[in-house]
Design a protein around this ligand. Structure first.
Ligand SMILES: C[S@@+](CC[C@H](N)C(=O)[O-])C[C@H]1O[C@@H](n2cnc3c(N)ncnc32)[C@H](O)[C@@H]1O
Length: 218
């Protein structure tokens, strides 16, 4: 798709292929190693209001937002066509779009009241740019939940994502100062910050941690 801007065609194809293959068995496998689900559910319970517009960035099969009330408008974006198919199957009234999180969100999609961006910023090369695009797509007063990989041994830098499934693809880490700077530069105000276990990396046997932010658009 024109405009997709992951690190290059090789990286994009690798990520799409990896997550396409993952799509139909993602939910049960992921649930067993993922820790942030209840935190997302708690955020949505507090942030979502009747008839509001929710953006699920890097939505995968859409399981985080698929069970929101039917009057809530959900837009999910992802790089993987098969993930988007799964998401559509789970919430047929939702809107699911092929989109790279490094790109601006088309204005035609409208403004969002609630944004969830978790489980995907692992692959974000430019957190400040992505948060700027999210802020531009937010309605005034919008509430965002953003999880960025925070590896205190790495600081702001990269580590190998997988020597097995995704060789040559990096996991992007941001220290808390860089996360805050990216949010502030995008015009997003920090409401809360937690350093939380995010998911268990089975291949390397460690727990990936997030800086998990609730942000608000002024
Ligand atoms: C681990 S899954 C997380 C799905 C869901 N957000 C969750 O937390 O369960 C990561 C998702 O990010 C998507 N992804 C990876 N890089 C992306 C990019 N550059 N733009 C958009 N989506 C991307 C993948 O296709 C995959 O569906």
């Amino acid at each position: 798709m024109a405009g997709l801007s992951v690190g290059g065609p090789g990286e994009r194809a690798a990520l799409q292929g990896y997550y396409d293959d993952f799509a139909d068995h993602y939910v049960p496998g992921w649930r067993s190693i993922q820790y942030y689900g209840p935190l997302v559910a708690d955020f949505l319970l507090r942030a979502v209001t009747p008839e509001c517009r929710v953006l699920d960035l890097g939505c995968g099969p859409g399981q985080l937002t698929r069970d929101l009330a039917p009057d809530v408008s959900v837009t999910g974006t992802d790089l993987s066509p098969r993930m988007l198919e799964e998401a559509r199957r789970g919430r047929p009234q939702g809107r699911y779009e092929l989109h790279d999180l490094h790109d601006p969100l088309p204005a035609a999609w409208g403004r969002f009241d609630v944004v969830v961006a978790v489980g995907c910023l692992e692959f974000c090369r430019d957190l400040a740019g992505t948060l700027r695009h999210l802020a531009a797509a937010c309605a005034p007063g919008a509430r965002l939940l953003v999880g960025a990989v925070e590896d205190r041994a790495v600081g702001t830098g990269r580590r190998e994502f997988s020597a097995d499934g995704l060789p040559g693809i990096d996991m992007h880490c941001y220290d808390a100062t860089a996360q805050l700077a990216a949010a502030s530069a995008a015009g997003l105000s920090p409401w809360s910050y937690r350093y939380v276990p995010a998911w268990r990396h089975e291949e390397y046997a460690y727990v990936v941690q997030y800086g998990l932010w609730e942000l608000r658009r002024g």
